[in-house]
Design a protein around this ligand. Structure first.
Ligand code: 5GP
Ligand code: MN
Length: 343
C-alpha cells in the first residue's frame, strides 16, 4: 500500500519549494503522536532545505511528546494567538497535517482560512473537505507520518531523512498504529519503519519516551478508571467510562493523562466498542474505539458531532456528562445487530 501521489502536483510543489519560503505547518486540536510527529518530521526536512518554518498547534500537547526534537518551537495558538495568526497570515505555504476539515483547528480556523498562502493537505482521514490547493489524502495509510514519509521520498528529498526526521515519523506511525498492531499496519509500513530505524530512529528509546513516561498520578488515575469507572454492557459488547472534572482534579490531571484509557475497554474478551466521556468546562469530549467492521466514525458523526476513522473516532456533546451518557445508552441498542455481527 504505497500511495502514488499526483505527479504534476508534486512537480508544482517541488517548484514552490525550489526557493526559500515562509512555511507554516498546522495540525489538529490537541495534537497526538501522529499530529506532532508528522508536523515535526516535515519541519526538519523543510528546515534543511533552507525554508523558514513554523509549526502552529491549535492547543497545547501532552508532555509525553515533548521529547520530540524541536517540539519546544511549536506555537500554541491559545497561548499566543497574535503570533500564530501573523505566522499563518504571512506564510507562503501552509501544510495542513492529520486533519481533514478546517474546524479541527478550532480557534485557529479563521487565521488558517483567511490566509492567502497556498494550502497543502496531507492526511489519512476519509472524505477530506475541499479547503486546500493541494490535497494528498490517503485513508488506507495508518498514519499521516507514513504519508509525510512518502511525500518526502516522492519529492526527491530522501537525503534529508536524518535522525530527527526519522524519530518524529517513527513516533507518529507507532502511536497511530497502536504500536504496529492495528489492521491499518501493512507490510509496506513495516518497511518504512525499517527505513526510519536505518536513518537513526532508536525503536526502544521512542517506545520508552512515549509509553514509560507517565506520572504516578496518571497511573493511579488509570487504576481508578479501570477499577471504579469502567461500565460493561455485555449484551451490547460495549465498555464505557464517564469522568467528571472533579475526578480529573483529584488526580492532578495533566494534558494527555486521559489518552489511551479508552483502549483498555477493548482488551476485554468480547468487547468491540469502547467509549470514554470526559467532562470539560463547557462540553463533554468523547473518544470511541472499536474492533473489526464496527464503525465508530459513523456513530461519532451521526450522534456526537464528530468523526475520525472506522476504529478510532471522537466527538463532542454540549449536554451535561450525565445526559450525554444517557443519550449514548439510549442510541446504543439501535446498533445491536452491527455489534453482534462482529466476530
Ligand atoms: P481521540 O479519541 O484520540 O481524541 O481521537 C481519535 C480519532 O478521532 C482521531 O483520528 C481524531 O482525529 C478523531 N477525532 C477526535 N475528536 C474528533 C472530533 O471532534 N471531530 C472529528 N471530525 N474527529 C475527531
Ligand atoms: Mn493520524
Amino acid at each position: 500500500m504505497i500511495p502514488e501521489f499526483n505527479k504534476s502536483n508534486l512537480a508544482e510543489i517541488r517548484q514552490l519549494l525550489s526557493t526559500p519560503k515562509k512555511v507554516c505547518i498546522i495540525t489538529h486540536q490537541k495534537p497526538d503522536g501522529d499530529a506532532l510527529g508528522s508536523s515535526l518530521g516535515l519541519y526538519h526536512v523543510l528546515e534543511q532545505l533552507g525554508h523558514h518554518v513554523n509549526i502552529v498547534s491549535p492547543s497545547d500537547f501532552p508532555e509525553f511528546l515533548a521529547w520530540m526534537p524541536e517540539s519546544s518551537k511549536v506555537i500554541d495558538f491559545v497561548r499566543y494567538p497574535a503570533v500564530a495568526t501573523d505566522l499563518l497570515k504571512n506564510a507562503d505555504l501552509i501544510f495542513c497535517l492529520d486533519f481533514n476539515e478546517p474546524h479541527r483547528v478550532e480557534k485557529a480556523r479563521e487565521a488558517l482560512m483567511g490566509s492567502l498562502a497556498v494550502r497543502i493537505l496531507i492526511d489519512h482521514h476519509i472524505k477530506p473537505a475541499d479547503f486546500c490547493n493541494y490535497t494528498f489524502s490517503y485513508p488506507e495509510a495508518c498514519a499521516t507520518a507514513e504519508l509525510v514519509y512518502h511525500f518526502i521520498i516522492q519529492l526527491g528529498f530522501r537525503s534529508q531523512l536524518n535522525k530527527q526526521v526519522a524519530e518524529c515519523l517513527y513516533a507518529g506511525i507507532m502511536t497511530d498504529s497502536g504500536s504496529f498492531r492495528f489492521a491499518s499496519m501493512s507490510a509496506d509500513t513495516h518497511n518504512i519503519i525499517a527505513e526510519l530505524m536505518r536513518a537513526g530512529a532508536v525503536n526502544y528509546l521512542i517506545h520508552e519516551q512515549i509509553y514509560d513516561n507517565f506520572s504516578t498520578n496518571r497511573m493511579k488515575f488509570l487504576g481508578y478508571c479501570l477499577s471504579e469507572k469502567m461500565e460493561i454492557i455485555s449484551d451490547l459488547r460495549t465498555a464505557y467510562f464517564a469522568i467528571t472534572q472533579e475526578e480529573l482534579q483529584r488526580f492532578n490531571h495533566r494534558p494527555g493523562d486521559t489518552e489511551g484509557i479508552v483502549n483498555y475497554g477493548l482488551s476485554i474478551k468480547g468487547i468491540i466498542l469502547s467509549a470514554f466521556f470526559c467532562e470539560k468546562d463547557d462540553f463533554v469530549k468523547i473518544s470511541f474505539r472499536s474492533k473489526d467492521l464496527f464503525s465508530v466514525k459513523d456513530l461519532a458523526a451521526i450522534h456526537f458531532n464528530g468523526g475520525g476513522h472506522r476504529n478510532a473516532a471522537g466527538g463532542k456533546s454540549s449536554a451535561t456528562l450525565d445526559l450525554t451518557v444517557e443519550y449514548f445508552l439510549k442510541i446504543l441498542p439501535s446498533y445491536k445487530d452491527a455489534l453482534l455481527v462482529c466476530p
